[in-house]
Ligand binder design. Structure first.
Ligand SMILES: NC(=O)c1ccc[n+]([C@@H]2O[C@H](COP(=O)([O-])OP(=O)(O)OC[C@H]3O[C@@H](n4cnc5c(N)ncnc54)[C@H](OP(=O)(O)O)[C@@H]3O)[C@@H](O)[C@H]2O)c1
Length: 248
């Protein structure tokens, strides 16, 4: 993991007591909207993705720390947890795992590389993200984890086999995590949004494909971000283990 700001002079934009959030997938889409929403609410946000330029630009807009890294690399994620701890002085108050990929193909035409990509980023890296930050959060006996799953983690859509396997997988992981977190002071939520208008759809041209939802009918990333903010700001002792988010 590299530090886009060179590691020095990294004073946060917020007050010293501002809560600290880590957001993966912050370079665009839902993760970016979450970072913007949380910064507006006074969080100091660690911005995580691979696109250094996009993270630096966002940090210039909303403050926080641009911490580029590949979420599929365990050593990157461990270094990320140490970097956040160094800057914040403690484990994060909130971790939002929003990095993800989405490919579509019928099972008979599924490319092994696409299967690996979906499982690696959506499932394995979601687990690695929790694994990296959880020890510090447990030691502090506080904090909230928001894992961004998908409606495809509980419903079947034709062509979504690899994606759905990853999202059903993260649901299984999350269910075990919930059991392990009881009584620890750490909370976790699996957010399961329906289709949301982000760049994840760009290769599929949804408006030109009658089998896919039109962009206008999708959730806006800002709406999903608002729900993440809602989850993160519930009073201590309130648990939201699962939260589907649908357009009305
Ligand atoms: N959009 C939807 O319809 C929808 C619906 C339900 C759930 N979701 C879920 O929401 C999450 C975000 O999706 P989105 O729509 O916002 O997608 P997006 O616009 O394509 O953004 C994906 C984000 O993930 C990051 N990312 C991907 N691979 C990464 C890696 N190896 N290391 C670090 N960062 C990585 C990307 O950053 P870099 O490329 O810069 O690394 C980018 O910031 C995903 O988990 C997705 O499954 C999306």
């Amino acid at each position: 993991m590299t530090d886009a700001h060179g590691g020095e002079g990294m004073e946060p934009a917020g007050m010293p007591s501002s809560p600290v959030a880590v957001v993966t997938g912050a370079s665009r889409g839902i993760g970016r909207a979450v970072a913007v929403r949380l910064a507006a609410a006074g969080f100091r946000v660690a911005l995580v993705a691979r696109s250094v330029g996009a993270l630096e630009e966002l940090a210039g807009e909303i403050g926080g720390w641009a911490l580029p890294c590949d979420v599929t690399r365990p050593e990157d994620m461990e270094a990320l947890a140490r970097a956040v701890d160094d800057r914040a002085g403690h484990a994060p108050d909130l971790v939002v795992a929003a990095a993800g990929v989405f490919t579509v193909a019928p099972v008979a035409e599924l490319e092994p590389a696409d299967l690996d990509l979906n499982l690696d980023v959506n499932l394995r890296a979601g687990i690695l993200t929790v694994r990296s930050f959880l020890p510090g959060m447990l030691a502090r006996r506080s904090g909230t984890i928001v894992q961004v799953g998908s409606v495809s983690g509980r419903r079947a859509f034709v062509g979504n086999a690899a994606y759905s396997a990853s999202k059903f997988g993260i649901r299984g992981f999350h269910s075990v995590l919930l059991e392990e977190l009881r009584g620890t002071g750490v909370r976790a939520t699996l957010l399961e949004p329906a289709a949301t208008d982000t760049s994840i759809w760009d290769p599929m041209d949804p408006d030109g494909n009658p089998d896919l939802p039109d962009r206008a009918a999708m959730l806006r990333p800002e709406e999903v971000a608002d729900v993440v903010h809602f989850v993160a700001t519930r009073p201590e002792g309130v648990w939201i283990p699962f939260l589907p988010v649908e357009p009305s």
